[in-house]
Design a protein around this ligand. Structure first.
Ligand code: GDP
Ligand code: MG
Length: 442
């Protein structure tokens, strides 16, 4: 069902060849595709509606970046907005001022809580040099305690358990005490789940929360559950109050729309993503990557990047050729100024010029609003003057200023710019050749 989104969006791009501002019609058409993509990715329809409206508002009337088509521009906005909706920046797991940091898991049965406890513990030790203690507070699921103990052995980490006759509250409290004694700086509490939200479960989780005041309550959500994730997240957040979420089973072929929904309905950051059954198959959650995944537009984004690089390469090459050409006349100069005007900000070009002496170029400030005046001045020159700038004298300057409706100062400034540019060209051509990009590489 997800097949062909990139192609669909691309086809929509292709219809929007015109440049300039992104029109409302452009955006409308693009957003129809985006809307479908989001729904197919299991994003909640209310979330989709709000999102589409937000993007429409932002995208309409935007100046189109020089190297992007309006369609690509819209996708860029969509990607940015999606990223922002999922928190923008990556968010780390909490660390308490005073050790140990208490982390409590919550979620439906089978979501991946027990597995995730081990994964996070492993992550904390590996990347943050922490010393976690695992607490087995799921006393209902047969073998849940064994499962955690096995994982603890595998990791060579302590597991706190009181068997399945103790209460989850006592287990959680005991684990925190033990962590203090053994100087563990994280306590990760595995809890029970149910197949559906149920009051007894919520009551029990509330008691555990009350007893140990966790620094972090992580809701574990199975990404494959799609739309259901919204209800689950909403209930857990309302009844328990969560501080973050972990999205599991993203290694499946889900688009991960659940991520967007969970974030939207709870407002809490997604901190980790489970990407497999193994202990090290846990990633920190990156909103930007998920945005691309949800839209299935990894290829579209790289396409945009490619387009951008292509245009940049072309620009740089053209300008370089001009700059290196033997003798520059005022006509060439004018043409170059025009190019600069067409190409966008001079600063960008300076960055792209291979072997350019950036210092020398600083003197050539091309004020775009002045290009018209420069053009008038050059047009008022005779062919002889254009080809032989050295003949320029006071009376010629006066004549040119008058003919072009400018002042002698304007003419002088132009002559100075012309000389500076020539000087710079000399430096460039005598300097080493700039680095060339690898064949076909973008
Ligand atoms: P719990 O009931 O919430 O404690 O869930 P478990 O931790 O027991 O996990 C339920 C099943 O999901 C197990 O078979 C896990 O191996 C599997 N699982 C958990 N996380 C992931 C994941 O990120 N990817 C995949 N493919 N399977 C996972
Ligand atoms: Mg479990």
């Amino acid at each position: 069902a997800f097949e062909g989104l990139a192609e669909r969006l691309q086809a929509t791009f292709d219809k929007m060849k015109g440049r300039g501002k992104v029109s409302e019609a452009d955006v409308k058409e693009m957003m129809r595709e985006v809307r479908l993509a989001l729904l197919e990715a299991d994003v909640n329809f209310k979330v989709v509606k709000k999102f589409v409206n937000d993007v429409k508002e932002r995208a309409v009337g935007q100046e189109v970046m020089k190297s992007l088509t309006p369609g690509q521009q819209v996708i860029k906005v969509v990607n940015e907005e999606l990223t922002a909706l999922m928190g923008g920046e990556q968010t780390k797991i909490a660390t308490a001022q005073k050790s140990p940091t208490v982390v409590m898991m919550a979620g439906l049965q089978g979501a991946g809580k027990t597995t995730t406890v081990a994964k996070i513990a492993n992550h904390l030790r590996k990347h943050n040099n922490r010393k976690p203690l695992l607490a087995a507070a799921d006393i209902y699921r047969p073998a849940a305690i064994d499962q955690l103990e096995t994982l603890g052995k595998q990791l060579n980490m302590p597991v706190y358990s009181l068997g399945d006759q103790a209460s989850p509250v006592d287990i959680a409290k005991g684990a925190v005490e033990q962590a203090k004694e053994e100087h563990c700086d994280y306590v990760l509490i595995d809890t029970a789940g149910r197949l559906h939200i149920d009051e007894n479960l919520m009551g029990e989780l509330q008691e555990v929360k009350q007893a140990v005041q966790p620094d972090e309550i992580l809701l574990v959500v199975d990404a494959m559950t799609g739309q259901d994730a919204v209800n689950v997240a909403e209930s857990f957040n309302e009844q328990l109050g969560i501080t973050g979420a972990v999205l599991t089973k993203l290694d499946g072929d889900t688009r991960g729309g659940a991520a967007l929904s969970v974030r939207q309905v709870t407002g809490v950051p997604i901190k980790f993503a489970g990407v497999g059954e193994k202990i090290d198959e846990l990633d920190e959650f990156h909103p930007e990557r998920m945005a691309s995944r949800i839209l299935g537009m990894g290829d579209v984004l790289s396409l945009i990047e490619k387009a951008q690089t292509n245009v940049d390469d072309e620009r740089a090459k053209e300008l370089e050729k001009k700059m290196r050409s033997a003798e520059m006349t005022f006509d060439d100069f004018l043409e170059q100024l025009e190019q600069v005007r067409n190409m966008g900000p001079l600063d960008d070009l300076l960055q792209m010029m291979p072997g350019a002496n950036k210092k020398a170029m600083k003197n050539i400030q091309v004020d775009e609003s002045q290009i018209g005046r420069v053009e008038a001045i050059v047009r008022s020159m005779t062919k002889h003057e254009k080809d032989n700038p050295s003949v320029m004298n006071a009376s010629r300057k006066r004549r040119i200023a008058k003919g072009s409706g400018t002042t002698i100062q304007d003419v002088n400034r132009l002559l100075k710019q012309f000389e500076d540019m020539k000087k710079m060209m000399k430096q460039m051509t005598s300097g080493q050749k700039g680095k060339k990009k690898g064949k076909g590489g973008f």
